[in-house]
Ligand binder design. Structure first.
Ligand code: HEC
Ligand SMILES: [Cu+2]
Length: 374
């Protein structure tokens, strides 16, 4: 009778524990791994945690058992022994083997993580205050020349109203960007990671990639995403509160879709974007020259040089199309605005930080911004 009752209580407790663990799994565990390396890390984490748990239960079990069973009040006499060689050897050897047992698989994974050789594509990742840029340097094999030269600036896209509490926070609050990093699935993507100003850290938990981006140094990392999807991460650098506002979004797609996307990017960069804007000439160099001599495309320049701040209103930049923010500025007259764009104003660098832009291009982009806010 008592026995079956105990049995039932035991089963119920075990059920509760396991369902609790399953729930905790979704919320408190590492993110579901999306690459082979991330899965290895996940498994290592689980194994080491279980080993720790077993040791914890074992050590504390023996300790409490000894304290309670051998207490003075039940008349137990303390044993007197010193320097028991057998015991000392055992408690040295056992931890030694436990450590070796954990170190071998961990080292294997660390070595695999570091090996970015034989990649299918190389992307240069640069951290800025406070955004990321992705430059597709080189594709190999069937990715050769597919996206080479594409340049993306990736900036926080969460509306300011949500940040300042004037609107309800969205599902991916502070984890949304205007232009995500786009990669093909099933391909080894090598990242060359650096920074332009301060140290940043490129971190996408589901890929098992976390790498500091250090100015003046280039570090590498790699990932091979298994399934198409949207994966989110953050700048994991601590010093400077704005690091929390430069998230990372990676969109993984099938290779043919990726090729389509890349074709739509037109090689990226200011020069080539301006070149495609004046489609009259098929030769990019000639078209770019035409732009330099006056036929500036305001929207193209804006998208490449100004949008990263103005589209989302980064760092106090008046938002594109925001009439209230622009009206007082427009009232100062076009010449004043041209002067601000060319020479910089407050946080805004001269020419939006692109010294290579001609006066005509900067003015055209300013015209575009003013038009958008009328
Ligand atoms: C690094 C972020 C950044 C970039 C890039 C940037 N801006 Fe700005 N922009 C700002 C900020 C911040 C302000 C507000 C400056 C202030 O009022 O102190 C601003 C203000 C302006 C103004 C209003 C100036 C005034 O006198 O009120 C114009 C016009 C403008 N930007 C045009 C441009 C153009 C054109 C580009 C691209 C060539 C550009 N910006 C790129 C951040 C940027
Ligand atoms: Cu950062």
């Amino acid at each position: 009778m008592i026995k079956t009752l105990l049995h039932r209580i035991g089963t119920a407790a075990a059920l509760m524990l396991f369902s609790g663990l399953a729930m905790a799994q979704a919320k408190y565990n590492l993110q579901e791994p999306q690459t082979d390396i991330a899965r290895q890390m996940y498994d290592l984490h689980t194994i080491v945690l279980v080993i720790c748990l077993v040791i914890f239960v074992g050590v504390f079990g023996v300790m409490f058992y000894s304290i309670i069973k051998h207490r003075k009040s039940v008349g137990h006499k303390a044993a007197h022994f010193h320097e028991n060689t057998t015991v000392e050897v055992i408690w040295t050897i056992i931890p030694f083997f436990i450590l070796i047992g954990m170190a071998i698989p961990a080292t294997k994974t660390v070595l695999a993580m570091r090996d970015s050789s034989a990649s299918d594509m190389t992307i240069k990742v640069t951290g800025y205050q406070w955004k990321w840029s992705y430059e597709y340097l080189k594709g190999e094999g069937d990715l050769a020349n597919v996206a080479d030269g594409v340049l993306i600036y990736s900036t926080l896209a969460t509306p300011r109203e949500q940040i300042y509490g004037a609107a309800a926070k969205g599902e991916n609050y502070l984890l949304e960007v205007d232009n995500p990093l786009v990669v093909p699935v099933g391909k080894k993507v090598r990242l060359l990671i650096t920074a332009n100003d301060v140290i940043h850290a490129w971190w996408v938990p589901a890929f098992g990639v976390k790498q500091d981006a250090v100015p003046g140094f280039i570090r590498d990392a790699w990932f091979k995403v298994e399934r198409p999807g949207i994966y989110r991460g953050q700048c994991a650098e601590l010093c400077g509160k704005e690091h929390g506002f430069m998230p990372i979004v990676v969109v993984a797609m099938e290779q043919n879709e990726f090729a389509q996307w890349a074709a739509g990017q037109n090689g990226g960069g200011i020069m080539t974007a301006a070149a495609t804007a004046t489609t009259a000439s098929p030769a990019p160099a000639a078209a770019a020259a035409a732009v330099r001599t006056g036929a500036a495309d305001g929207k193209g320049v804006y998208q490449n040089a100004c949008a990263m701040c103005h589209s989302a209103g980064v760092a106090g930049a008046p938002k594109t199309g925001d009439k209230a923010a622009w009206a007082p500025r427009i009232a100062t007259g076009m010449n004043a605005l041209y002067a601000s764009s060319l020479n910089g104003k407050g946080v805004m660098p001269p020419r939006g930080g692109n010294a290579g832009l001609s006066d005509a291009e900067v003015k055209a982009a300013t015209d575009y911004l003013v038009q958008a806010a009328r």
